[in-house]
Design a protein around this ligand. Sequence first.
Ligand SMILES: Nc1nc2c(ncn2[C@@H]2O[C@H](COP(=O)(O)OP(=O)(O)O)[C@@H](O)[C@H]2O)c(=O)[nH]1
Ligand SMILES: [Mg+2]
Length: 289
Amino acid sequence: MLIQWYPGHMAKARRMLVENLKLIDVVVELVDARAPRATRNPDFDDLFSAKRRVILLNKSDLASPAATKAWVEHYRENGISAIDFFATNSAKRKAAVELIENAASEKVKRMREKGVAKVVRAMVVGIPNVGKSTFINRIAGASRAQVGDKPGVTKGKQWVKISPYLELMDTPGLLWPKLEDEYLARHLAFIGSIKDDIMDVERLAGALLAELAALCPDELSARYKLAQSGMSGEELLVAVSRSRSFLLSGGEADTERAARIVLDEYRAGKIARVTLDSVSEEKENGAAE
Ligand SMILES: Nc1nc2c(ncn2[C@@H]2O[C@H](COP(=O)(O)OP(=O)(O)O)[C@@H](O)[C@H]2O)c(=O)[nH]1
Ligand SMILES: [Mg+2]
């Protein structure tokens, strides 16, 4: 599976991010709760080592609640505060604001002792499609006001006031995923973070079906009415085509149509709330490289 990224764009995005880092107190990392390992750029650890960081496991509505809980605990064990999040819903807004404010509370306290009312500045970072823009809009809510340029702040940057003590940069820091590890690259493709048009959808859907057959066999059977034991991904895809009556004129399985449906349904959370990346793999292998 070969995926093209443009080194020029990457270098520019990274430069901008590093530039903006000087202005901020807290880095808010968004990862996709379905694939926290695949959607977390390992450069984060180097780039943000000097900053207070929090992690939001976004799209938790699509992930396994038990797995998300395990990831939250894993991050906490590694000294990073994390919560499960759901950017397309407002229920978690307050929890996110508190998480960010808490991350900067020591600094705020130190400044207050000096008689300065410190405004905490945060930046949202993450790879494409994890929900950065949705999060910024959600957290800004109706009060989305531009705070404007200030001394010491690079011209043109806009800050959104979240509370009297918290401002968020309205341009998220963009990083790219690491794609060297084929297994993790596949997870990025399953969740739709890599464009389908540069991949073989049938191979991709077959691989997804094989993984789902291992992770959530009952839900998979229920959705596609399959007796799946011992089937390969390719065989599973043919079985889905047949059970949905996706057939070509000669009666052959229309596996391309089935592949698109399987990918769409998985991404929309219709098959199961399932998490592809496990904490135990991360513990065994360390963070992705
Ligand atoms: N189900 C679900 N979808 C989400 C959530 N957050 C964002 N999305 C969707 O994910 C897609 C990418 O979101 P966007 O904010 O543009 O991501 P960005 O590229 O990181 O800025 C959009 O279709 C959003 O509606 C979430 O918590 N749950
Ligand atoms: Mg965006």
